[in-house]
Design a protein around this ligand. Sequence first.
Ligand code: GLA
Length: 590
Amino acid sequence: MSTFEIAEDDFLLDGRPHRILSGAIHYFRVHPDDWADRIRKARLMGLNTVETYVPWNAHEPQPGEWTAEGALDLARFLRTVQEEGMHAIVRPGPYICAEWDNGGLPAWLFTDPSVGIRRAEPAFLSAVTAFLERVLAIVRPLQVTEGGPVLLVQVENEYGAYGDDKDYLRHLVAVFEGAGITVPLTTVDQPEPAMLENGSLPGLLKTASFGSRSRERLATLREHQPTGPLMCSEFWDGWFDHWGAHHHTTSVEQSAADLDELLSLGASVNIYMFHGGTNFGFTNGANDKGVYQPIVTSYDYDAPLDEAGEPTEKYWVFRDVIAKHAPVPAEEPVVAAAAPAFSVPFLDAVPLFAVASRLGDWQHTDDLPTFDALGHYSGLGLYRTEIDTAEPAVLEFGEVRDRAYVFVGSTRVGVLARDHHDSAITLSPSRGTLTVLVEDQGRVDYGPRIGEPKGLIGPVRLNGEGLRRWSVLPLRLPSLSAVRAELDAAGAAVEREPERLAGPVFARAAFELAEQGTLFLDTTGWGKGFAWVNGFNLGRYWTRGPQETLHVPAPVTRAGRNELVILELESAADATAAFVSEPRLGHTDF
Ligand code: GLA
C-alpha cells in the first residue's frame, strides 16, 4: 500500500517527491502477448510509468455486450506493468480521441439523435456512468493506494477543445469518486488559456498536451494553476498519418531537446507515444475539417519504440536524455533480426458477392437505412435495389460514408469517394440490380462530427426519382469461417490459382515459417482492402499510401503452415503476396 498525493510543487509518493516519467502504450493497439515485451522496453528506456487510454467502443461493441478479456484485458495489462516494477496512468475518457474510431465513443449511443455528446444530457450521462462504473471497478483495486500500480486517473480528454459544460465534468468526477477512485484525478488540455479553463474543474490537476516549446507551454500551464506539480500528459514525440498524405516524422534532436527542457524544468511527463502499435481491423479514426481524412492502419507515430516493438534512434537518444535526470537501467533491449522476406502465390479466390449472404442477413426496407440504423458499426455493407432506365441516368446520393463501389448487375460502373466529395455518378441505360458496396473507412475522432452515422445517407435518386425497396446486408467479418468454407468448396465461384484479382474478391495464400516471428506484408501490388493472417485482421491497406506494409505481430504467426486471406475491393494485377524484411511506412515530407 502506498500513498500518492499532490503537494505544493510535486507529486508525493509515500510522502517523498516523485517525478512521473511515463510512456503511452495502448493495450488495444498491441497484441496481448507482446504487452510484457513493450512494457519492459519502456522501463529500459528509463521510464517508471506506463499510460493507457480505455476505448469504450472496443469494450462494448453493442449495447450491454461488455468484454474486458483477451486483447481487452485491462486488468492483465495493468498487472503486467506492476510486475515490471512500474506505475500506471489510466485515461478512461469516456472520450479518448487517440485517432481511434469515433474517439472511443460507441456508435450505438447515437442511433437516437437526441442523445447528447460530451455534455450533461441525461441519456449520455446514464450510458457514460454505466461504462465508467465497469472500467473503474477494474481500476479501483489496482490503485497504488490499494497495492496496485495506478497513480493517476484522467477525466475526459482535452475537453476544453470541445466544450465548456462544467456540469458534465462535475458528473464525471462524482462517478470517479463514487467508484472509489482515491488517487489524484487529472485533466489534460492544449496549453491555451480558454482550453485550460474550460477543460477542468477546481480540485482536478490540470496538465497540458504539447510536443515543443516546453518552457513556454509549462509557463502557460503555471499561469492557470499556481501550485501543484507541472505535468505534460502528452508529450507528442511524433504524429499520425492519413491515407494519401505523407508519413509524419519528427526530428530526433529537436524532440530530445524539448524533452530535456521539460525535464530540466522539473516537470513530469507522459511521452505520447512511447510505442504506438497498430489500428488493427476496423479500429482507425479519421479527421474531417472540411475534407474527410481517414487515419492509416499503422500507429507507429514515429515513437521511440516502432510499430513492431523495435527501438529506434529516438529510443536511444531519449534514453540518454532521461539518464541526465533519473537513473536508467544498464540493461539494453535486444534488437530483433530482420524479418524473413519471401513471396507466395494466391491459391484460390472467391468473389465477395458469392460469399456475401453467408456473412450476414439481408434486411429489406422501403427507405434507405444507414449502417447505424441496422446496428452495424464498422466495416462494409451491401445495398441493393432494382433499376430500369432507358436513357443515361444520374444516380445521386445524399452522402457517401465513406466509399461506395457501384455495380449494375455484375458490372462495376464506378466508385464514389467521400474524401473527393463525390455524390453522383452517371449510369448508361440499365435494367437490373443496382448494388452498392460501401466501406466505413473509420469514424471521425475529433471535433463536431463525432457520432455521425455511416453507410449511405439518403435520399438516393435516379434522375431525380427516389429509389426505394432496398435490401441491405451488413457484412460481419469477426471470423473467416464462411469465407474459408466457400474457398474450400469446389464450385463455379471459386477460382484456383488466380493470375490477377478482380475485386471485390477474397483470396487465400499459404506460407511456411521456420519459427514464430514478426512479418511485414507488402501491399504495394494490391489496390484497397483488408488482410488477415491466421484469422487475425491486420487492418486496411490502400494503394494511396503512405504505408506500404502491414505489421503482422509475431504472436499471430506460427512455426509451420500459416494462412493469409485478403479481401481486395479493387484490383491486383499480380496475384502474389510478398513479405519484406522491414516496415515501409512511406514517403516523408522532406
Ligand atoms: C490529442 C489527443 C490525443 C491524440 C493526440 C494526437 O492530444 O488528446 O488523444 O489524438 O492529440 O495524436
